[in-house]
Structure formats: structure tokens, C-alpha cells
Design a protein around this ligand. Sequence first.
Ligand SMILES: Cc1cn([C@H]2C[C@H](O)[C@@H](COP(=O)(O)OP(=O)(O)O[C@H]3O[C@H](C)C(=O)[C@H](O)[C@H]3O)O2)c(=O)[nH]c1=O
Length: 180
Amino acid sequence: MNLIEAKIPGLFLVENNLLRDNRGTFLKTFQKSVFEKAHSDLNFSESYYSVSQKDVIRGMHFQIPPEDHHKLIYVPKGKILDVVLDLRKQSDTFGQFESFELSSENAKAVLIPKGCAHGFRSLEDDTITIYAVTTEYNNVLDLGIKWESFGFNWGISKPIISARDLSFPSLEDFKNSNPF
Ligand SMILES: Cc1cn([C@H]2C[C@H](O)[C@@H](COP(=O)(O)OP(=O)(O)O[C@H]3O[C@H](C)C(=O)[C@H](O)[C@H]3O)O2)c(=O)[nH]c1=O
């Protein structure tokens, strides 16, 4: 398990060791002694997963203070194009994004810091995405940025996307109320 810091400070690509034998595969998704080198306050409060058909886009999501959270993302089945957007006004990479291909085959994960928006495009049917977060869900503080408003090329113009995600403000409009 190896954490590689990305261009966005506090964002890490996690390279995992996928073990295979005649029964199938085994992969460790979290190890405190390794992850605490990245974030000392990494205490996960809850975890959930979604199943997505090809060309679903979920995002861009985040929770605002006091319930903002770090987020660990991995894909035990299928493949996603994972996207992270830095919303921290004081960050050198404010407004910048990074993307990673996560799949059951490459066994990679992404550790996302507080103050960043997260989303992904599913690249295969029946893709399972697992999320672990360091605060519990709060439907009032769970907000978003519109998927096509910050300059990222998703490679698709008509994704399968929720009405809620379509209703999010653009990055430009969000700037007026940005709490990060
Ligand atoms: C997270 C959560 C959601 N919900 C409800 C809210 C909605 O009615 C429904 C689905 O939630 P949402 O549409 O936010 O799910 P996704 O669009 O898949 O969002 C997920 O994928 C993106 C990429 C992320 O980064 C989010 O952290 C993650 O929540 O479950 C709950 O009742 N409890 C919960 O803890």
C-alpha cells in the first residue's frame, strides 16, 4: 500500500497490492499506520457504496463545515474516471482539478482531503464504488458543484445524472458562498 501525493495538496493516489490465488483476489483497503502519515485526523465515521451503469456521473459532492470530511474512494468492481476539484480559497490549486482511473483491475484508490469536491463517471456497467468518510451524512451540509462548470472534460455530453446533481451551482456561482 503506497500513498502518492497529487498536485492538489492533501490529495493522494493509493496504490494497493492486489493478491490473487486460485480462490480469487484479496485487497487491503485501509491501514491506519500508513494512512495517518497522510492525514493525522483520519477517523472514518461511515462508509457506503453505489452501483452505477456505464456513463453515469455522480457529483461533484462535498460537505461543508462543521461536517466537512476526508473521503476514501475505491472500486472493487468495474471502472470509474474519478475527479477531484479543490475548493479551498487559500490553496495554491484552488479551482484546479485532477482525475484518476480507478478500477478493480488497477486496484487504485483515492484519498480526498476536506475542502475538495468529488465526482466520477462510471466507465462500465454495474460498477461498484465504495466511499469511506470521516463525518456522518448531513443532508443540509451536503452540497455540490455542477459537473460541467469547472473545465473538466468528462468525455461525454449526455451522462446519466440525477436531477439533484443537475441543480448544483456552477463553480463561479459557488464562489460567493464558499466556506472553505
Ligand atoms: C451519502 C448519503 C446519501 N443519502 C441519500 C441521499 C440521496 O437521497 C441518496 C443518494 O445520495 P446521493 O445522490 O448523494 O448519492 P451519490 O450521488 O451516489 O453520491 C455519492 O457519490 C458522490 C460521487 C460522492 O462523492 C458522495 O459522497 C456520495 O454520496 O441517499 C443518505 O440517506 N445517507 C447518506 O449517507
